[in-house]
Design a protein around this ligand. Sequence first.
Ligand SMILES: C[S@@+](CC[C@H](N)C(=O)[O-])C[C@H]1O[C@@H](n2cnc3c(N)ncnc32)[C@H](O)[C@@H]1O
Length: 284
Amino acid sequence: MNLKERAERFPGDEHKAGEEHYRAYIDAPDNYDLMAAMQFNLMTGLGLRQYHRLLDIGCGSLRAGRLFIPYLLPGRYFGIEPNQWLIDQAIEHEVGRDLIRIKTPQFSNSSDFDLTSFGVMFDFIIAQSVFTHAPPRPIALCLSKAREVMTKESIFVSNWAEDDTSYDGDEWVYPDFVKYAASRIDEFMSDAGLVARRLNWTKPPSGQSWFVITRQDFPNIEKLTDPFASSRELVKTEEKLKFCEEQLDRLYWVLRRVTGSGRKDERRVPRDAPASPPDPGQEV
Ligand SMILES: C[S@@+](CC[C@H](N)C(=O)[O-])C[C@H]1O[C@@H](n2cnc3c(N)ncnc32)[C@H](O)[C@@H]1O
C-alpha cells in the first residue's frame, strides 16, 4: 500500500451514506472530519466557551461531539439521539470511555424533541443536518421545544436545504434532502416565537445553508450573521492605531526640526522610533 492509499483509508470508507456503519449512517464517511471541524469552528466563532451549555440535536455518532466534549467543562455537552447504537459506537471507536467519565456528557434517546428533559437552559444549540431530512411537523415541534430551553441570549444554529418550493410530506427523507423556501423557514420561526438569519459561513459539501436562530427578543441577531466579523473589525482597528502612531512619530520629529524645540525626554520614546529624524520635507 502506498502513502496516498494509506492516507485515504479511514473507518467506514467502504460504506455509502445511509449504510449501517456509525460513520456512514449520518453522512458520506469521508465528510466525518470536515463536518466535525465545520461545526466546531462555527460554534466557537459564534462565541461558544468552555463554561457554556451546548445541546446537540440529532448528535448521531458524535461527529461534532468528539470535539465539543473535550472542549467543554464537565457536564456541559448534551446530545439528543434516538439511535443509541450511534452513540455507543462513537464512544467505542472515537471518544473513549475515559473522556465520558471525565467530561460526563449527557444523552437522551427522545425522538419527540423532549429538550426540557435535561432540566437546563442552553447557551448554544446545534441541529446539523436534521431539518434537511425532516418533514414540517417534527421541525415545528423541535423549534417550539427549543424555544422553551432558550434564554433571550441563546444561539441556535441549524442548516437547511433551500429551494423555491417547500416539502410538505410526512416522511423523513434520508440520505436525500428535503428542501424549504426562505418564506417557509420564516413561517416556522414566527410560529415558534423565533427568528432566523442566514449565516455567512462555509456550506457543507452537500450545499445546505447555515442559519442562526434566536428568540425574537435577542439583543441583535444581525451581529451574529458573520461569525468572524468582530475579530476582523478588531484587526482593522489595530491597523488604524498603528498607522496613527507612526504618523504621530513623524510629526514629532518634523516639529522638533522646524521649531528647534522640544526635548526628546518630554514624551515617551516610541517603540520603533527612527534612529535619526526623517527629512522634514517628507509628506506627513
Ligand atoms: C444526518 S444525521 C446528522 C448527525 C449529526 N448532527 C452530525 O452532523 O454528525 C441526522 C441525525 O438525526 C437523528 N434523528 C432522527 N430523528 C431524530 C429526532 N426525532 N430527534 C433527534 N434526532 C433525530 C438521526 O438518527 C441522525 O443521527
